[in-house]
Ligand binder design. Structure first.
Ligand SMILES: C[S@@+](CC[C@H](N)C(=O)[O-])C[C@H]1O[C@@H](n2cnc3c(N)ncnc32)[C@H](O)[C@@H]1O
Length: 146
């Protein structure tokens, strides 16, 4: 199963750039993880572009209003998605400064939160990538997650 991460706007902050590079490099050992950037803009424009680019994928909106799950639950949900024959790709959608539209949240297959805190979108991207890495190591029985 391909894992796509679609984010609005390339990271501009040094810590975010190096965090993204680090976790993408690590994830390369665990499968197909693709990070794609879309042009940042207002909420309606970015949400429409995110939905268009992720058409046909199992879409997970990353949003502070979403379901807060433990890392083990992320791993369990990944395993269930892989068991389904109809999911070839999952797309995680990160919004821009104004967040997602209600329409995007309603259209997505799931809405997940990284916590109830509102994070700057570059930080949310780094946290998401670290969780994907954690889930990948957990599923292989490696000792990173403890
Ligand atoms: C600055 S936040 C947008 C805040 C905006 N006021 C809102 O209502 O969503 C930019 C993006 O970062 C991501 N993000 C920020 N905090 C998050 C959290 N706690 N959980 C999941 N994603 C988060 C979301 O994708 C969000 O669209």
């Amino acid at each position: 199963m391909r894992v796509r991460i679609l984010a609005a706007g390339k990271p501009a902050l040094a810590y975010a750039k190096s965090g993204v590079d680090e976790y993408l490099k690590r994830l390369g050992r665990y499968g197909s993880y693709e990070l794609e950037y879309l042009k940042a803009g207002d909420s309606a424009t970015v949400s429409a572009a995110l939905l268009e680019r992720s058409a046909g994928n199992f879409r997970i909106a990353m949003d502070e209003r979403g379901e807060v799950l433990a890392t083990q639950s992320w791993a369990d949900k990944f395993a269930s998605l892989e068991m389904r024959g109809d999911v070839k790709a999952v797309s995680f959608l990160i919004g821009a400064s104004d967040g997602h539209t209600e329409e995007l949240r309603q259209t997505c297959d799931a809405v997940w939160s990284l916590s109830r805190l509102t994070m700057q979108h570059e930080l949310a991207l780094v946290v998401l990538l670290e969780q994907l890495y954690r889930v990948a190591t957990l599923r292989r029985g490696e000792p990173y997650h403890r």
